[in-house]
Ligand binder design. Structure first.
Ligand code: PLP
Length: 406
């Protein structure tokens, strides 16, 4: 299928909107992406005609919902090239997935004096759960630093890995700098010492083809709402071996086999990790989103977004009054910057009035801001439906910011 941007934009009703009497230019895709009609219609149809709780009923609607939910699991499996559908656990999002692994893995494998490694460019969701674990277990958090251009200093791993290292958690694409990290290299180094690796794919799943088997990660996590699916949906992929070994992180209905007051035994994978009524409509609509993305082709999406990224970065650079954060390549879809001498919040307010939706602040990555000694940045983040015309409108807005405050 050809990448027909005009046709694609018609699939996203919100993109036809005006804000403050100007066409909406939505460049806050790193925070959340807009939803195409197949996803919107899927959620709607489910509530109108098909709603029924899964796994527990023997009636028509329940069986249909169960089948759709389990097919959604297979769609996710195929999308990220997992070996088995039962390696896909549906969760409420990336944050929930990481907290789940940090709890379960931590309970079983982390003891006093052990170490967990993260990177300096993590989102708070891939820092705080590990810190909480470290506090619980009196373990230590170690950090892979990055260079000023935004490259992870992976050579530091050789000294950071010790006999006490239990797990490495790493962001795939930085939500602040856009850097595409060499996760395969990190995984190879870690596996040489039998250390498992969790990859936070919240900012890669929507931009880059993912093959968890080739990558050889032990865990891969992402959120549905960042890949054109509904909020409150997400995925925890784990290698079968790990998911078999880890204890569940939540107890309740569906995740059990036999419950007595003396003892409870757990259900098989993947149900062992899905306690309670899941967001099954969300999961089914997430599968719809992944089918939508697949129909366009992730390679075509990546090409399109890459052209916009380079076009926008170059135009910004040429203005002569911009500082860019995250200049290292390879990178994906994130442009973080400051208009010199202007507070990012002021810039964001002016741009908003011109219809340009960008994000300002720390982007839930305060250590990145601490690295540069700044309070925050302006972040324009791209999606498959953005256009060069929108980048031009964005650049005009940045110029306006400079005239008003510079
Ligand atoms: N990790 C990264 C890299 C992110 O960009 C985000 C969200 O911005 C998260 C984790 C958290 O995702 P969620 O809030 O959907 O759980």
């Amino acid at each position: 299928m050809s990448f027909d941007i005009n046709a694609i934009r018609k699939d996203f009703p919100v993109l036809q909107r005006q804000v403050y009497n100007r066409p909406l230019v939505y460049l806050d895709n790193g925070a959340t992406t807009q939803k195409p009609l197949p996803v919107i219609n899927c959620v709607n149809d489910y509530h109108v005609l098909k709603n029924s709780s899964i796994h527990r009923g023997i009636h028509f609607l329940s069986e249909q919902a169960t089948e759709d939910y389990e097919n959604a699991r297979k769609t996710v499996q195929q999308f990220i090239h997992a070996a088995h559908p039962h390696e896909i656990i549906f969760t409420p999002g990336t944050t929930a997935s990481i907290n789940g692994v940090a709890f379960s893995f931590g309970e079983k494998y982390v003891n006093e004096g052990d170490e967990i490694i993260v990177t300096e460019m993590e989102h708070h969701a891939n820092i705080v759960p590990w810190q909480m674990l470290c506090e619980r277990k009196k373990a230590l958090l170690r950090v892979i630093p990055f260079s000023d251009s935004g490259l992870l200093r992976t050579e530091e791993l050789d000294s950071l890995i010790t006999p006490r290292t239990r797990l490495i958690a790493v962001i795939h694409v930085s939500n602040t700098l856009g850097t595409l990290n060499p996760v395969e290299e990190i995984i190879r180094k870690a596996h040489a010492f039998n250390i498992p690796v969790l990859v936070d794919g919240a900012q890669s799943i929507q931009h880059i083809p993912i093959d968890v088997q080739k990558m050889d990660c032990d865990f891969f996590v992402f959120s549905g709402h960042k890949v054109y699916g509904p909020t409150g949906t997400g995925v925890l992929y784990g290698k079968e071996k790990w998911l078999e070994e880890l204890p569940p992180f939540q107890g309740g209905g569906d995740m059990v086999d036999i419950v007595t007051f003396a003892k409870t035994t757990y259900n098989v994978l993947p149900f062992k990790f899905e306690a309670g009524t899941p967001n099954y409509i969300g999961a089914i609509a997430l599968a719809e989103a992944l089918r939508y993305v697949s129909s366009l082709g992730l390679d075509s999406i990546a090409d399109h977004e890459h052209q916009l990224l380079e076009y926008g970065s170059e135009k910004l650079n040429k203005l002569g009054f911009i500082t860019l954060y995250g200049t290292a390549r390879p990178k994906s879809s994130i442009i973080s910057f400051l208009v010199n001498g202007v507070h990012p919040y002021d810039a964001g307010m002016v741009m908003d009035k011109m219809g340009i939706a960008v994000r300002t602040g720390t982007h839930c990555a305060q250590p990145v801001m601490q690295h540069y000694g700044i309070g925050g940045t302006i972040r324009a983040s791209l999606a498959l439906y953005n256009t060069a015309g929108e980048i031009d409108a964005f650049i005009e807005a940045v110029k306006k910011v400079k005239t008003m405050f510079g």
